[in-house]
Design a binder for this molecule. Structure first.
Ligand SMILES: [Fe+2]
Length: 296
């Protein structure tokens, strides 16, 4: 991206920091048919902060069909149908470790804490997960808080510190996820390399470039480009995440509450379930940004 375009992007994103509380939850009366005002409120907040919190009114609290329609109305059309997804592309994230998945990718399906990451960092870079919806069907008996950091803030903080840090992290081979093989040596997934930060090309002259972040805090099964600039940038990135985490949005969703976001950085604390009613988070991943902007 040209430096003057980047400067304009940074200035425009900085302005939004004087917005109202990021904790506002938008009430949705009928998620299967959100009103114009509800839809606009969500899109406005996603445009500002890359996420919006919402709450479904009863009796839609755990209605998967309504969740599907709601996500569709907000532009999450092209879904990531992973093996564990239902017909809507909805995955039930609960403490049920799946057999066969690479170890690090099983952690979401346990009751353990999940460190900062964006979703699908192991996907092909030409087909990134641009948005996610996480909807609480049932909270844990205790714990299970989610934390969220807008990557735009992270990028700007790093750029303010030293522009060469973000430059290093935008290298197309900055972070690689090694290939995964089964016990017979067959390749289940090839090595995926890509940048940590990248900008999509706007779909029209009046839309702005959109920042994507591809990241995991994991240190195992991740390879970083072996250069001094990446080594320095990795440390600075981790420190900046830790700094922003101090005042990050932390929320323990109640049943019917959730977040829709442009695949922002998130984490989860460990939790304890009641045996008969496990914490269940319904997750939709989409290749479209919120609002359905067909960026490339
Ligand atoms: Fe995640």
């Amino acid at each position: 991206m040209h430096s003057s375009t980047l400067r304009r992007w940074i200035d425009s994103r900085r302005e939004r920091d004087i917005e109202d509380s990021i904790r506002t939850i938008i009430d949705i009366s009928n998620p299967a048919q959100p009103t114009d005002a509800e839809r606009k409120a969500i899109l406005h907040r996603c445009d500002r902060f890359n996420f919006a919190l919402y709450r479904f009114a009863p009796p839609y609290t755990a209605d998967r069909c309504a969740l599907d329609r709601f996500a569709h109305a907000l532009g999450l059309v092209r879904r990531d149908f992973s093996l564990d997804a239902d017909a809507f592309g909805i995955v039930s994230v609960r403490n049920t470790p799946a057999a066969g998945a690479p170890a690090g990718e099983m952690i979401p399906f346990t009751d353990r804490a999940l460190n900062w990451h964006s979703d699908g960092y192991y996907h092909p870079c030409e087909r990134p997960i641009r948005s996610i919806a996480m909807h609480c069907e049932r909270p844990a008996a205790s714990g299970g808080e989610n934390g969220f950091i807008d990557p735009d803030r992270l990028f700007i903080a790093l750029h303010d510190h030293d522009p060469s840090l973000v430059e290093a992290l935008m290298h197309p081979q900055a972070m690689s996820v090694p290939a995964v093989f089964d016990e017979k040596g067959r390749c289940l997934r090839p090595c995926r390399s890509g940048p940590v930060f990248s900008f999509s090309t706007p779909s029209s002259a009046d839309s702005r470039p959109r920042l994507s972040m591809r990241y995991t805090s994991r240190t195992r099964s991740i390879r970083w480009r072996d250069t001094p600039s990446i080594a320095e940038a990795r440390i600075a990135l981790r420190k900046t995440i830790d700094t922003l985490a101090r005042d990050a949005l932390m929320i323990r969703f109640e049943a019917g509450e959730g977040i829709i976001c442009n695949n922002i950085l998130h984490c989860r604390s460990a939790f304890i379930d009641e045996a008969a009613s496990p914490r269940t988070l319904l997750r939709i991943r989409s290749f479209d940004a919120v609002g359905g902007a067909p960026d490339s």
